[in-house]
Ligand binder design. Structure first.
Ligand code: PRP
Length: 211
């Protein structure tokens, strides 16, 4: 049995479509249930539904053999895993954003609100810019609007949330997409099973550009 950590939510739906098209479907997964574990015994897979930000933790500790996670979460968590494949969907970008008329004051630390403190710290330390990080858990765009911070470091997908709150991208940090990851020892001991999944995914991605 291959144990797979699936992210709940937006990204999870795309991942499920991908797995279903590979013959690893599991209709129960789409039903209105609070269950968190699902099986497709014929395909030899077991799914765990987890918070997107926790996928890499389940995989790093070996509770799951493989998982799918956004590059944003991977960079922030810094888990000790193998990154096997860029799935090409779940695309967005990590960016610095702020008010349209924002002018930086260099005589004091820049106040940065973010769900991604490690990403923000690495980005600004690479430029020797002193910052004060304000860690938030959501609705990050509110922070500069309420003068809680100067700027934000966050993911931008369509740009709608920024636009509708009078903000804009000031600088891009890195592109984000979904990645297939594997536990390091599972990759050794279940190599054949994992590579079978990897190759099936590659096959589907080549033929289905809608994913
Ligand atoms: C994410 C992100 C932005 C928004 C970007 O938030 O933090 O707020 O999506 O998407 P857009 O560019 O298409 O508008 P999410 O929806 O995960 O909610 P959150 O505020 O709870 O973090």
């Amino acid at each position: 049995m291959l144990n797979i950590a699936l992210p709940k939510g937006r990204l999870g739906e795309k991942v499920y479509r991908l797995l279903a098209s590979m013959g690893y479907d599991c209709p129960d997964l789409l039903s209105d249930t609070r269950k968190l574990i699902f099986f497709n015994r014929d395909a030899g897979v077991k799914y765990f539904l987890v918070k997107p930000s926790d996928v890499a933790i389940y995989v790093e500790y070996g509770a799951a053999d493989i998982g799918v996670v956004g590059k944003d979460v991977l960079r922030e968590g810094n888990a000790d895993i193998y990154e096997l494949l860029d799935l090409g969907f779940g695309r967005c970008r990590m960016a610095v954003a702020g008010p349209r008329e924002f002018r930086e004051e260099f005589d004091r630390p820049l106040r940065v609100a973010t769900k991604y403190p490690r990403v923000a710290a690495e980005f600004y330390s690479g430029r020797n810019r002193e910052i004060e990080i304000i860690k938030l858990n959501g609705s990050i765009e509110l922070a500069p609007v309420l003068a809680l911070s100067d700027v934000i470091v966050d993911i931008v997908e369509t740009g709608t949330t920024l636009r509708e709150n009078g903000l804009e991208v000031l600088e891009e940090i890195f592109p984000v997409s979904a990645r297939l990851i594997a536990n390091k020892s599972a990759y050794r001991f279940k190599e054949e099973e994992i590579l079978r999944v990897v190759n099936k995914i590659k096959g589907v991605l080549q033929h289905d550009s809608d994913l």
